[in-house]
Design a protein around this ligand. Structure first.
Ligand SMILES: *[C@@H]1O[C@H](CO)[C@@H](O)[C@H](O)[C@H]1NC(C)=O
Ligand SMILES: *[C@@H]1O[C@H](CO)[C@@H](O)[C@H](O)[C@H]1NC(C)=O
Ligand SMILES: *[C@@H]1O[C@H](CO)[C@@H](O)[C@H](O)[C@H]1NC(C)=O
Ligand SMILES: *[C@@H]1O[C@H](CO)[C@@H](O)[C@H](O)[C@H]1NC(C)=O
Length: 445
């Protein structure tokens, strides 16, 4: 059982931890755009070992085999996961076979080629050098481990090493933008989301943060994000490469004023109408994070389990309505179009499509298993959920607007914004901010 793969495009890899190594699959994860992860570009590979001609040590072939034998790696258990303290150096060599991926460990160079079909495939992830600064790896690993081992949600983690991990590989395709509107898939997503939301927050976050959650999760989550990102966003917009018209559209003082007003209004609404339950939320359920398994499901497996949710790096405690509202905005996105930053509000789910989602969601929500529900009670529950989604909807726009400005930093500095940039973060921020104001006005804030 072995491995392969990558995080950032030029960095592709192979690895052989104390598992025996053989088949591998390669996965490219394009970076940049908020949501551009395309897991479907997987290639099948077979590995073979080469020696690095530039490396003195590698001339002695026995040093290669000793590097591969398990005695070289001392594995220990860290947070319930097998961990080996090695760093892998990954590289895509120029002029190499496009089907092949080269990686080096110590002085051995590995090349992975075509397929060995009989062996199970696992996924090797090498972290990009910068990605660790944005997300907490240990928290992400803990989350993945608990979700997969206790709740059967997401990929299993088989082991970790200093700059990456080995995880379960799913034979699957990534959903595309139009899949979300397929009525069956809508229901499966609703069911999957309800399952995730039934995970006990304490299992992931520990008892401490739950205490701090009570009544205050709002401060902790979204408000904290906006507060901490706002100064960064201001700096980005102050850059001389940002022109006046852009600055006046992305008016952060006006935003802050509206945001504070909205927060106050929201806390009042929740007091009167009831809190949206705080759950363990995915927080980024865009179509690229939803896989559909291509193999046959085991007998008796519920249909919706053919969807697998991945990428939990942003998962955190949040109101359930926020997670759903955020997902509905993803219906309006097409990250594969020529203008991936432009969301198209006409694609927002209709009342009937939302209803379809809510019905699946509610039927998989454990805490709502009340005794026989009348139609009237059922309707009231649907209406209440829709209302909660609506009041939380601007929070998603506000947060992603500020996120977009922060992400635009590099493009602004290189004077790429809006034109040559792969993803127009400022354009994205403008749309999100405009929708934020539009929606709070609609809500009468
Ligand atoms: C090759 O490696 C082995 C084991 O590491 C060592 O015993 C041997 O001396 C090496 N041979 C040469 C020519 O360096
Ligand atoms: C790996 O370790 C196990 C037990 O420690 C041992 O039985 C096995 O022979 C080792 N394999 C190699 C390739 O050294
Ligand atoms: C949804 O699933 C049902 C039952 O499995 C099937 O008959 C129907 O064709 C599916 N609808 C779509 C749009 O695929
Ligand atoms: C949701 O996702 C963003 C990034 O997309 C993350 O930074 C943030 O912490 C998450 N928000 C909340 C409220 O958890």
């Amino acid at each position: 059982m072995l491995v392969v793969c990558s995080v950032h495009p030029p960095i592709l890899v192979f690895f052989s931890i104390s598992l025996s190594w053989t088949a591998a699959r390669c996965l490219q994860e394009p970076l940049s755009a908020p949501n551009h992860r395309d897991v479907s570009q997987a290639q099948q590979t077979k590995s073979s070992v080469f020696y690095n001609p530039d490396c003195e040590e590698s001339r002695n072939s026995s040093s290669t085999s000793s590097a591969l034998s398990n005695s070289t790696f001392r594995s220990e258990i860290v947070n319930g996961l097998r961990h080996v303290d090695v760093n892998l150096d990954a590289r895509l060599l120029p002029n190499s076979d496009p089907q092949g991926i080269w990686v080096s460990y110590k002085c051995c160079l590995f090349c992975l080629l075509s397929t060995l079909p009989s062996l199970p495939t696992i996924l090797l992830r090498i972290y990009g050098s910068s990605s660790g600064s944005l997300i907490s790896r240990s928290h992400e690993l803990h989350t993945l481990h608990v979700l997969s081992s206790r709740y059967h949600i997401g990929p299993r983690i088989y082991g970790t090493f200093s700059n990456g991990r080995i995880e379960e590989y799913f034979d699957s395709v990534t959903l595309g933008p139009s899949d979300l509107r397929d009525e069956n898939i809508t229901r499966w997503i609703g069911s999957r989301m309800a399952e995730l939301h039934s995970v006990e927050i304490t299992a992931i976050e520990g008892p401490l943060s739950v205490r701090s959650l009570e009544g205050k999760s709002w401060e902790i989550g979204v408000k904290k994000n906006v507060r901490t990102w706002l100064p960064v966003a201001r700096k980005v917009l102050a850059h001389p490469n940002v022109d006046m018209s852009e600055r006046s559209v992305l008016n952060l003082d006006a935003f802050l004023e509206g945001w504070v007003r909205y927060l106050r209004w929201l806390s009042q609404v929740e007091k009167v109408e009831g809190f949206s339950r705080r759950v363990f939320a995915h927080n980024d359920t865009q179509y690229g994070n939803l896989l559909r398994l291509t193999g046959k499901l085991a007998e008796g497996t519920p249909e919706h389990r053919q969807l697998v949710v991945v990428d939990f790096e942003y998962a955190s405690p949040n109101p359930l309505a926020f997670d759903i509202a955020n997902h509905f905005h993803e219906w309006t996105a097409d990250y594969h179009s020529s203008t991936p930053h432009l969301l198209d509000f006409s694609r927002y789910p209709t009342p009937q499509q939302r209803r379809n989602f809510y019905q699946a969601y509610l039927s998989h929500t454990h805490t709502l298993q009340e005794t026989s529900t009348t139609d009237v009670a059922g309707e009231a529950r649907l209406a209440k959920l829709d209302r909660q989604v609506r009041v939380w909807s601007p929070a998603s726009h506000g947060m992603w607007a500020i996120w977009g400005i922060v992400q635009a930093k590099d493009d602004v500095e290189k004077s790429l914004a809006g034109t040559a940039a792969e993803f127009d973060y400022l354009g994205y921020a403008k749309y999100r901010m405009q929708r934020f104001f539009h929606e709070i006005a609609e809500l009468g804030v």
